[in-house]
Structures are given as C-alpha cells and as structure tokens.
Design a protein around this ligand. Structure first.
Ligand SMILES: [Fe+2]
Length: 478
C-alpha cells in the first residue's frame, strides 16, 4: 500500500512516500519549483513521487479545523485550507486523512529513532494551538499553547534584525557568537516573562537599533532561548522519567542550544528534518496504523531520500579538484531530505586554507561572519574535537569545540565551535572513502562542507541545477 504524507500551505511544503516497509521518497517542494521555502506543492514533485506508484491514501500533517479556529482568533487572513480540495487541485484523488501538527512532529522523530523507550520534546513556532509538547513514548503528557511560544519568540527577533522569519533563524543563531548578551538580556527576558505575544512581532522594539547592535540582540535572544530550553529539558525528564530524548519541531535546529541535551539525557535523536517539512513523513507515521512498528523502527533511517542523480560517487575526481582548486561541488545520488547538505548536494573545500572561508562566502554571497561546518570520519572526530569516543553527529545538529582551531581556520566559528558532521562507512560509503583518501593524500582529516546552492535559491536538486551552479560560479560540480 502506497501512502503519501503532505505538509503544505504554510512554509516549506514537502511530500513523503512510504510503503508497508520503508520510506521510498521524501523531498521539499522548493527543490522542484526552485522557489526557496515554497509553501505549495508543484507538478515536478508530484511527478517524482508518482514514480513510486499512485497513492492509496494521503495523510495531511495537521488538523485544518483546529488551525482555522486559532487563526480566526489570532486575526489572521486565509483561515481555511481544505486538504482534500488541495490534493484534488494537484490531481491526487486518493482519500485524504488529517492528523495533528505536534503529533506529526513527534511521530517523525519517535518512529525514526532507534530507541525502544524515549521521551519526545517538540518545540516549534505554532501548529494548531500547541507550541510545545512533551510525549512519553507516543502519548502526550504536557503541552503549552499559543500564544506562548519559544519558536515565535526566536522568529520575532529574527525579523527585528532584518532577517526573514521562518527561514533565517539559523543566521541569528550564528550572529550570537559575535555579540555581548549582557546588553539586552534583562529586557528581552522580561518580555518573555510578561507573556508577550511574539506572534505580533517586535518591530516596535528599540527604534534606535543600528545594524552593529544586532549581534548583541542575537546573543541575548540565544541566551534567553537556552534558559527556557534547559527548563523544558528538565520538565521532560521529570514528566517522563526517560533517559533517551527525541527532539523535534523547528527549534530542534538550534544546534547551539542542543549542546545542553547531554546534561539531562544519555542519548538523543533529532530526525534530520525536524521542522514542518519533516512532518510530511510524520503525518504517515502517526496515522498509518502499522501493525508491526519494529519494521519501521529497525529500518536503517537515511536522510538520502530525494531526487536521484544516479552515478558512482566520484571520489578520485573530487580529490584531484580539491588538490588543485581547493573548492569543488558534488551533486550525486539521492538528495538529502532536510535543510542540511550531507555530502550529496555539497560544496566541499580544504579547511586548512586561511582564505577559504572568505572565498566560499563570496561564492555563496553570504554575510562574512557566517561559519562553515566540517565533515569528518566517525573514528577521527574525538582526536580533533572536544568530544567523547561515543559522540556521533551525522546530521550536523550540535556544535562542539575544535581542539586545534589554528589548523582548520575555515571551519571554526568565532566562539571556537564547529557544527560537525560525522560519517560512518555504512551511512555514506562514498563520502567516507573521500575523507579516507583525502587524509591519506594530505594528512588533513576533514573537509569543509556547505550546501550547494545559488544565493536565494534552494539547494541544487537535479543535473540541470548543478550545471547552472557550475556556470554561474565557475566551480566544478561532479
Ligand atoms: Fe511545526
């Protein structure tokens, strides 16, 4: 039986396809429409999904009735979206069932984790009414409702410093390392404590703010976020008694705050697409009534679920270009499902070169302060980063301290941290082999890894996108 899961109509529309045993396809709609954060499906992604067969049933990621009541009370426009009519407009005539926003987040994390027992903490901006929920296994045990929302808080300040809310929160997080949190901390914390409705935004706050003040704002916002995040971890532990944590919702992408998790939980899992796009998959996993969940839970989860550029991973050619040009693009295999490029749609570079960070930022036309991440083999990570031997970070979800920042200037942030990606052979044999040969040739154990995308465009999806990238920036893409 072919099941489709759809998350659409808000931001970052996505579609997932699952049969009775495994995940067959999952992608953001933007990769096909070429419109960043596209909120709607398109004929390209539907065509791609249909390659796996017509859907027998469609699961929608949230409850449109509940959402409509909240939007009505919040004074928003476009209150009602009927999932069945929406699907029919795209030629999808299978029956449509809807779920619940936070349940879809929980299921996307809980059912893809390898834990037999776990708590799940979901933190996002806003679903229907829930903004934060805690689950013991798959049972909801605690919740906070709109308008109290950590996600809305973070997005409001993202907008206040001139960035795009629901999109650029990670830039605000990156800016935090350059600021002094003390300057605005008390004031911002007070706003949270007064239960201000951040859905209204904070455009009115401090009209005299200048661009150079934005870094101090970012540092204070991150500090306040971490206080509440820590409290939520404590509550989750108390309410569930579990020692494993699944973290989901858009806020799970705050890799700076995620470093706190090990203080309270022995191990944790964040599905590599924890935001609303990942809920296309979660909608199916929450409602599909699998008789034997172990078949899904033991299925080795992979983030490589999107459009397939079906070629052998070009290890030797990549090494050659890295040695000569120091920067090379790779568009190979199935695209990653989620916001991070993990080796199949990546721009790779030599992290030892002091000029590389500026060069890559120039290519990507990003702000100068933006950091880059390293990719390293699992067995090498503890030697170069301040982590224990069991540390794993296959999806770049946590920052760690680099032991020798002067040796790898391109991948270390201002605060000495790196958002590291660890690679095991069984997860990505091609990338693992590339890192092995790169180390043999140069002695360098890691590469800089950033997403392969043209400014303001989604990550490269197909062969045509890869060709356009190569032509626009003069960087070879293999
Ligand atoms: Fe959400």
């Amino acid at each position: 039986m072919i099941k489709w899961g759809i998350s659409a109509g808000s931001h970052d529309a996505a579609l997932a396809v699952v049969d009775d045993e495994k995940i067959l396809f999952a992608s953001h709609a933007e990769r096909f429409s070429k419109i960043k954060n596209d909120s709607h499906l398109n004929s390209g992604i539907i065509r791609e999904a249909l390659k796996h067969g017509k859907p027998d049933i469609v699961f929608w990621y949230e409850n449109p009735l509940l959402k409509a009541t909240r939007r009505l009370l919040a004074g928003q426009k476009n209150i009602w979206l009927n999932p069945t009519s929406y699907c029919r407009a795209y030629g999808i005539d299978a029956p449509v069932k809807w779920g619940n926003h936070h349940e879809s987040h929980m299921a996307a994390g809980y059912h893809t984790s390898k834990f037999k027992k776990s708590a799940t903490l979901v933190i996002d901006a806003i679903g229907e009414w829930n903004t934060t929920t805690i689950w013991n296994q798959d049972k909801k045990v605690w919740s906070k409702n709109y308008p109290i929302s950590l996600g809305l808080f973070y997005s409001a300040f993202t907008e206040r410093v001139g960035l795009k809310p629901n999109c650029d929160e990670y830039i605000l997080m990156g800016m935090a390392a350059y600021g002094n949190s003390e300057r605005y901390y008390a004031e911002i914390k007070e706003m949270c404590e007064s239960r201000y409705n951040f859905h209204k935004g904070v455009r009115w706050w401090k009209s005299e703010l200048k661009e150079e003040d934005y870094f101090d704002v970012a540092a204070a916002v991150q500090r306040v976020y971490e206080i509440y995040f820590r409290n939520l971890l404590i509550i989750t532990k108390k309410k569930t008694g579990q020692s494993n944590l699944v973290l989901m919702g858009g806020c799970a992408l705050n890799c700076l705050a995620n470093r706190i998790i090990p203080e309270y939980f022995n191990s944790h899992w964040i599905m590599p697409n924890p935001g609303d796009a990942g809920s296309s998959l979660g909608a199916i996993l929450a409602k599909a009534n699998y008789k034997n969940w172990s078949s899904m839970a033991t299925f080795p989860f992979t983030p490589y679920l999107g459009y397939n550029i079906d070629k052998k991973y070009p290890v030797n050619d990549l090494i050659e270009l890295l040695l000569i040009d120091k920067i090379v693009g790779v568009a190979n295999g199935k695209a990653e499902f989620g916001p991070r490029a993990l080796g199949n749609r990546s721009l790779l570079a030599d992290p030892r070169d002091p000029d590389i960070k500026d060069k890559v930022n120039r290519i990507k036309q990003r702000q100068e302060f933006r950091p880059f991440a390293p990719v390293i083999r699992q067995e090498d990570v503890a030697q170069y980063f301040d982590v224990g031997n069991t540390f794993q970070s296959p999806y770049m979800q946590q920052v760690v301290t680099c032991k020798n920042p002067e040796q790898f200037p391109a991948i270390v942030h201002k605060d000495g941290t790196s958002r590291v990606q660890t690679v095991e052979k069984r997860e990505h044999a091609g990338l693992y082999s590339l890192l092995t040969k790169w180390k043999e040739e140069t002695g360098c154990p890691m590469l800089l890894n950033t997403s392969l995308n043209i400014k303001n465009k989604p990550i490269v999806n197909d062969e045509d996108d890869a060709m356009k990238f190569e032509k626009k920036y003069g960087v070879s893409v293999l």
